[in-house]
Design a protein around this ligand. Structure first.
Ligand SMILES: [Mg+2]
Length: 220
C-alpha cells in the first residue's frame, strides 16, 4: 500500500488504537463479578450466563450499547466503566502515527462500534481525540461496521473515494465487510490486547504495531 495515494485514513478505536485488555477485563471479569453479587450467584455461573448473552448479541448494535446492557443486566454499566478507566491504554506508536498523518495532510477519521458514552470516556482519558477530523459511531449510523449498510450510510454522510481510503481495524469480519463494500486498502491491526493472543485472520495486510505504517509513509 502506498500512502501518497490515500486521502482519508479511517481507524477503529478498541483493539486498533486502544488496548482491548480494558474491554476484555471489563466484560469478562468486572461485569461477571458485579452480576454475581447483584443476582446472588457464583462468579462462574455469572460468567456462563453472561457469555451466552454476549454471544447472542455479538456483531449487533446491542453488543456495544451500554444502555442496553445496563437494562439487561440490571447494572450501571457506564459507572462501572468509569471505575476502571485507569486501565484504558493507547497502543504503542499510535499518537506518532496519527501525528504523521496530520503532517501529511491526510483526513483522519475514527470509525467505531463503541457507544458514544464509551467513546467520550476513552477520548477524555487519552490524547488521541485531537488528531481526528471526524468521529463516527455505529449508533449515529444505525448499523454496526459488520453490516454493509454501515458503509453505505457512512458514504452518504461523509462521501469518500473508495480507492483513496485506507481503513485499519482489529476485527477480521469488519474488514471483510469493508472489502465487500469496495474498500481495497485494508489493514489488520494484530495484538488487539496486550494480554491475549489474536484469532488468526490471514486475509489482510497485517501490522503488529504502528511503526510499520510510520516507515511506509516515510518511505513513500
Ligand atoms: Mg476493534
Amino acid at each position: 500500500m502506498q500512502f501518497h495515494n490515500i486521502d482519508i485514513v479511517m481507524l477503529d478505536m478498541d483493539g486498533t488504537m486502544l488496548d482491548k485488555h480494558f474491554d476484555d477485563y471489563f466484560w469478562e471479569h468486572l461485569v461477571p463479578e458485579k452480576y454475581a453479587e447483584k443476582h446472588s450467584v457464583t462468579f462462574s455461573k455469572a460468567k456462563e450466563v453472561l457469555l451466552s448473552l454476549y454471544r447472542a448479541h455479538e456483531g449487533t448494535l446491542n453488543w456495544t450499547d451500554i444502555d442496553f446492557w445496563s437494562k439487561e443486566l440490571d447494572l450501571d454499566i457506564p459507572a462501572l466503566k468509569e471505575q476502571i478507566k485507569h486501565l484504558i491504554e493507547v497502543h504503542p506508536y499510535v499518537e506518532d502515527f496519527l501525528g504523521l498523518l496530520k503532517q501529511h495532510k491526510k483526513k483522519v477519521m475514527l470509525v467505531t462500534n463503541a457507544h458514544f458514552k464509551v467513546l467520550d470516556l476513552k477520548l477524555k482519558k487519552t490524547q488521541i481525540g485531537q488528531f481526528f477530523d471526524r468521529c463516527i459511531t455505529s449508533f449515529e449510523i444505525g448499523h454496526p461496521k459488520e453490516d454493509i449498510a454501515f458503509w453505505e450510510k457512512l458514504y452518504n454522510i461523509a462521501p469518500f473515494d473508495k480507492d483513496r481510503v485506507a481503513f485499519i481495524d482489529d476485527t477480521c469480519e469488519v474488514l471483510h465487510t469493508a472489502k465487500r463494500y469496495g474498500i481495497h486498502n485494508l489493514i489488520l491491526k494484530r495484538k488487539a490486547s496486550s494480554k491475549r493472543a489474536d484469532k488468526p485472520c490471514p486475509d489482510f495486510y497485517t501490522i503488529e504495531d504502528f511503526r510499520e505504517l510510520i516507515s511506509l509513509i516515510r518511505g513513500d
